[in-house]
Design a protein around this ligand. Structure first.
Ligand SMILES: *[C@@H]1O[C@H](CO)[C@@H](O)[C@H](O)[C@H]1NC(C)=O
Ligand SMILES: *[C@@H]1O[C@H](CO)[C@@H](O)[C@H](O)[C@H]1NC(C)=O
Ligand SMILES: *[C@@H]1O[C@H](CO)[C@@H](O)[C@H](O)[C@H]1NC(C)=O
Length: 384
């Protein structure tokens, strides 16, 4: 009897859980909730951060300037400028007024413009480790901005807004004497969507940057919904796909798309894509898809059967010979090597432009980009 009782109770909870889940997913079709779920900008970690005191989050005394950048549409963004460690160490004493050092540090050393992922702020520990890796191992200055609606920045996030913020930060560096073609743009997670949009915008205006690094990227928010794993193990959209049409409704309601895959043809800068094989938030297949999209124009075309349900022998032969040609071209064109215990690198060049895919064995989602091995490959790719 007790067993049956338990069975009915468990079933009741399952129904309740299912109903809550459906309600949660349907809430995602409401732009207000969708925006909060995607950007998670209300999650201000670390709590009650004092951005004026970067030392509290692990950076050396007076190495970081807390500053504000104004966007053309009059939002104010909180940002940190972290002096190149090479520059900082070469000083005779700890600088008094850091703002006097920005222009000389930018003149003498490279710069990384860093766009972080969703949730939390520029003071979040994993991000501070990114700044440290770039500024010590590459000797680069780092500009890290909090998008509108994040941290102490004003406004509300949106796809167009974040792209505008990225451009404002880029232009801030140019205004402080850095040539556009010497700015290395690095995006992480959501920041890769922002970097992709910025890359397309710069290319459209004929502005060259040093390159774009996409750390733990996604191909588009729509495909993240299909593959994103909540807490690493609940595939968000899988259960709802049982209800006919429900997944379509949610996808159609997407207002923030960040479709990097779609802007791949627009981007003319060199690109390095990196992903950890043990990324449980965004699977590394997203990086394969992006790398392939950059590669596709260099491969011989592949025809599709006129009717996929009845392929003629001639069509079959044509398609399989095309597939062989493509595979051969890919082998010739893409240079690949394995770094034992670290990962694998695929790359190709077209003139001066390079496209690189790095798959690391470790690093997870948040910490991809702090590994010395990856930072070194970034440095070599862009001759930082
Ligand atoms: C920009 O915002 C400030 C206050 O945040 C306000 O004083 C100013 O008038 C605004 N300017 C424009 C052009 O909207
Ligand atoms: C750091 O800079 C501030 C001014 O911004 C200055 O008052 C302070 O003395 C500096 N710290 C050190 C250790 O020199
Ligand atoms: C990408 O290029 C296409 C075709 O030139 C253009 O219509 C589109 O607006 C561009 N996208 C972005 C984000 O710049």
């Amino acid at each position: 009897m007790a067993g049956i009782h338990f069975f009915f109770r468990a079933q009741k909870y399952l129904v309740l859980f299912g109903a809550l889940y459906v309600a949660l997913v349907l809430l995602l079709t409401v732009p207000y909730f969708q925006s909060h779920a995607l950007y998670l900008n209300a999650v201000k970690i670390p709590l009650f951060a004092d951005f004026d005191v970067p030392e509290r989050y692990g950076l050396a005394p007076n190495r970081t300037l807390n500053l504000r950048i104004t966007t053309p549409d009059n939002e104010t963004l909180g940002a940190w400028f972290i002096l190149s460690n090479t520059y900082y160490s070469s000083l005779q004493s700890i600088p008094g007024d850091i703002s006097n050092h920005i222009i000389p540090a930018l003149k003498e050393h490279p710069v990384v413009l860093f766009f972080h992922g969703n949730a939390a702020t520029r003071a979040f520990s994993a991000r501070v480790q990114h700044y440290q890796a770039f500024s010590t191992r590459l000797g680069a200055n780092v500009l890290a901005v909090d998008y509108r609606g994040f941290a102490d920045s004003t406004g509300k996030p949106s796809e167009a807004g974040l792209t505008r913020d990225a451009r404002a930060a880029f232009d801030w560096l140019v205004a402080h004497g850095k040539k556009a073609e010497d700015i290395l743009v690095v995006g992480h997670s959501l920041g890769t969507g922002v970097s992709g949009q910025l890359g397309a915008e710069l290319a459209a205006e004929g502005v060259k940057c040093k390159g774009i690094v996409l750390l733990s990227p996604f191909s588009s928010i729509e495909s993240v919904l299909e593959t994103y794993n909540m807490f690493g193990f609940i595939p968000l959209m899988k259960p709802i796909s049982i209800i006919p049409g429900a997944a379509q409704i949610v996808k159609r309601a997407l207002v923030h798309r960040f479709d990097t895959l779609q802007v791949v043809p627009n981007i003319t800068a060199s690109v390095l894509i990196a992903h950890a094989e043990n990324d449980w938030d965004i699977p590394d297949s997203h990086s394969d898809v992006l790398f392939h999209a950059f590669l596709e124009p260099h491969l011989p075309p592949l025809s599709l059967p006129t009717n996929p349900f009845s392929v003629t022998p001639e069509e079959w032969e044509l398609i399989s010979s095309q597939r062989h040609l493509r595979a051969a071209k890919r082998r010739d064109f893409v240079e690949s090597y394995v770094l034992p215990n670290f990962g694998r690198v695929d790359s190709f060049a077209e003139g001066k432009r390079r496209v690189v895919l790095v798959k690391t064995l470790a690093g997870g989602h948040d910490y991809l980009g702090v590994q010395e091995g990856l930072v070194d490959i970034i440095g070599k790719t862009f001759v930082v």
